[in-house]
Write a protein that binds this ligand. Structure first.
Ligand code: Z5A
Length: 226
């Protein structure tokens, strides 16, 4: 679509991003144990009587789940890094509009297995896309950031060894080489260091029940202070 010469989109500043205390995201590399921890967090919140929506990215609505299929299936040609980023954000735009905002508006907690930090880590750190462009998409397309993000941090080889036993056929992103996942991990850690008020970093190399216990403790601490 062409735009008249000289026409620009209105500037979007950091103030356009709403930080929501009941939006909690789980982040981490492959095999970090996000899914396992998310189940423990959901149970802990429900025990306290809360309405909880647990969801994931890419995905969380019928259309976004279709986009997930396009992103992870190996049957299509390999998307360019830009196409991959834009598909992630297309899924996220739909997910925020259809699932996350309505749940927050009715007072529910939303637990999200991956959110925008995954795009900074995988497409920014992993693929080398300029984080300023990702930030622009975050402001224009998402406009929402979790109050709390739990980063499950684990050595790349150890995390990958966990999923190797489970996935008979790795998906397109899982098939990347170790150096890609090292850059992803470095990008996550840099984001956590830059935003200590939002991130809690959990050593995910420990046994699953220990990791889940620590995650539940951190969430309760957050809820009781929120
Ligand atoms: N992606 C992206 O590039 N950009 C974006 O913006 C977004 C996503 C949103 C799909 O995500 C891919 O999309 C992902 C990033 C990319 N690609 N990769 N790689 P996903 O979340 O569906 O994929 P995943 O991170 O690969 O999921 P995962 O491998 O299932 O990881 P997990 O959910 O963190 O782990 P889990 O399923 O809870 O556990 C994995 C296995 O380890 C399982 O067999 C468990 O029983 C075991 N496990 C879990 N915890 C432990 C402990 N503590 N000890 C021992 N074993 C454990």
């Amino acid at each position: 679509m062409s735009r008249p010469a000289g026409a620009t989109l209105p500037a979007a500043g950091p103030d356009d991003i709403q930080v929501h205390p009941r939006l909690v995201s789980l982040e981490g590399g492959e095999g970090a144990g996000k899914t396992t921890v998310l189940n423990a967090l959901r149970e802990a919140l429900r025990e306290g009587g809360a309405d909880v929506v647990s969801t994931r990215e890419p995905g969380g609505t019928p259309l976004a789940e279709r986009i997930r299929g396009l992103l992870l299936d190996r049957e299509h040609e390999t998307p360019t890094a830009d196409a991959e980023l834009l598909l992630m954000f297309a899924a996220r735009a739909q997910h925020v509009h259809e699932t996350i905002r309505p749940a927050l508006a009715r007072g529910a907690w939303v637990l999200c297995d991956r959110f925008t930090d995954s795009s900074y880590a995988y497409q920014g750190g992993g693929r080398g896309i300029d984080p300023a462009w990702i930030a622009e998409l975050e402001r224009r397309v998402v406009g929402l950031r979790p109050g709390l993000t739990l980063l499950l941090d684990i050595d790349v080889a150890r995390g990958r060894a966990r999923t190797r036993g489970r996935d008979l056929v790795p998906d397109r992103i899982e098939s990347e080489r170790d150096d890609f996942f090292e850059r992803v991990r470095a990008a996550y850690r840099a984001r956590a260091a830059a935003e200590p008020a939002r991130f809690r970093v959990i050593d995910a190399s420990r046994p699953a029940d220990e990791v889940a216990r620590e995650a539940v403790r951190l969430l309760r601490e957050w809820r009781d202070g929120a």
